[in-house]
Design a protein around this ligand. Structure first.
Ligand SMILES: Cc1cc2nc3c(=O)[nH]c(=O)nc-3n(C[C@H](O)[C@H](O)[C@H](O)COP(=O)(O)OP(=O)(O)OC[C@H]3O[C@@H](n4cnc5c(N)ncnc54)[C@H](O)[C@@H]3O)c2cc1C
Length: 399
């Protein structure tokens, strides 16, 4: 793209080069916007835990032309095996019977594979500023003056925060996260570890009341495992530094059985440990002036719904569609909320309809869950959850 053509188009700065940021960039570029993405990391993040893409989000991926690549990357887990506190098998079920996914249509891919597919779709058309982030935002009637951490200054017509659950853009625009964060009562840790268990394309989950340890094999027996530790904590702890977080996790699993001590040991040595609280972002509005939010930054649903990536893809499509269909950004942002909020609400509400049931906090609830899992083995696959497809995508307007 020439500097001349960049100047004559409407300019948008997107903060965050992950799922929402890349998808939004793709659709805004298709409609003739000049798009810049600023990302604090030095490259799009690869690797990562497996995520689901379902329902309406599959339609977005299809319209972007990335479905064949995602189908190649499909993890295709064969089973989920649930273990009791002593490591005995409770039940082993096909994954789609739990998630309500449509076998053969919905996808499960490593997060890095999705990001790589999205990046490949836009990398030649969009300006990337890696290793940088927004320092300050100053809105005027003509645009948004942006100062970057690396010292640069530029003005854009619009700015969109796609910088995740703990969004920096949201903080600059609306203040601290507290009022928008709905704590769901758990904390978790994810990291990779050697596959000492011979697992292949499967998930094994150990449960005790209020605690779960899962090993996820997205590849074969020689590939590393994604370890996941989840534990009940009604109040979010204040500690944020990695050492104290690892201590907190180790403490929560101190007397756990099965292979949990091996997993905790691996966590201590992991170089990719990520810990966080389990929560949702719920905001009364997703924009202010010329600045809007998309994906987890605006409406993180939490991994308990398995819908974060799907909301990011669909939200990005709908925001770009609204900007394309409305010449005025104020009307566009209003249209984005009006059309997308019911879909977001339906998916965030999955948490109130039993998706946390995989992580029971009492012995009684765990026994009930185990009984239904045993029952599930003999039942036909359930129909997909309506929330996954609760939005019909509008056609993209012709530029
Ligand atoms: C353990 C776990 C399991 C999950 N499982 C699923 C699942 O099964 N299905 C599903 O759909 N979702 C799942 N999710 C959620 C999913 O990963 C997120 O919902 C999704 O990645 C949101 O995409 P996003 O682009 O909005 O934000 P993110 O993927 O969080 O991306 C934010 C981007 O912004 C960048 N950034 C942050 N701050 C700045 C800054 N100041 N300046 C510049 N850049 C910045 C980050 O580096 C990152 O690239 C899971 C999440 C976790 C943690």
């Amino acid at each position: 793209m020439t500097a001349e053509s960049h100047r004559s188009k409407r300019t948008v700065l997107i903060s965050g080069a992950s799922i929402a940021g890349h998808a939004l960039a793709y659709w805004l570029h298709r409609y003739g916007f000049a798009v810049t993405i600023v990302e604090k990391a030095s490259a799009p993040r690869d690797g990562g835990y497996p995520i689901d893409v379902r329902g309406t989000a599959i339609e977005v991926a299809g319209r972007m032309g990335i479905l064949p690549r995602l189908r190649d990357a499909h993890v295709d887990s064969q089973r989920i095996t649930f273990l009791d506190a002593d490591g005995g098998e409770v039940a082993s079920v096909p994954p789609h019977t739990l998630a309500g996914s449509v076998e053969g249509r919905d996808l499960e891919v490593r997060r890095g594979d999705l990001t790589a597919a999205l990046h490949a779709a836009v990398r030649d058309d969009v300006e990337f500023l890696f290793d940088d982030s927004i320092d300050t935002l100053d809105q005027t009637s003509d645009g948004v003056d942006v100062a970057f951490r690396n010292g640069g200054r530029r003005t854009f017509d619009l700015v969109v925060g796609a910088d995740g659950m703990h969004s920096h853009t949201r903080r600059l625009l609306f203040g601290p996260e507290g009022p928008f964060h709905r704590h769901l009562g758990y904390r978790f840790a994810v990291f990779t570890m050697p596959n000492a268990f011979g697992l292949a394309r499967e998930l094994v989950m150990w449960n005790a009341p209020g605690r779960a340890a899962a090993l996820y094999a997205t590849g074969g027996k020689d590939d590393e495992l994604h370890a996941f530790l989840n534990f009940h904590r009604p109040e979010p702890p204040l500690a944020r530094d990695p050492d104290s977080q690892a201590d907190l996790v180790a403490e929560a699993f101190a007397d756990a059985g099965w292979e949990v001590p091996t997993i905790i040991e691996a966590m201590r040595g992991a170089d990719d440990l990520f810990c966080d609280t389990v929560g949702q972002i719920r905001m009364p509005t997703w924009s202010s002036g010329r600045i809007a939010l998309v994906g987890d930054a605006a409406y993180a649903p939490s991994f308990l719904t398995g819908q974060g990536s799907s909301l990011a893809l669909v939200g990005a499509y709908m925001l770009a569609h609204s900007l394309a269909a409305n010449p005025n950004h104020t009307e566009a942002f209003t249209a984005y909320e009006r059309t997308t909020r019911p879909f977001v609400d339906a998916n965030q509400a999955l948490i109130d309809h039993g998706t946390a049931a995989l992580f029971p906090t009492t012995a009684r609830a765990l026994n009930q869950r185990n009984a239904s899992l045993r029952h599930l083995v003999t039942l036909p696959a359930p129909t997909p959850r309506p929330a996954y497809s609760a939005l019909t995508l509008p056609p993209f307007p012709n530029p």
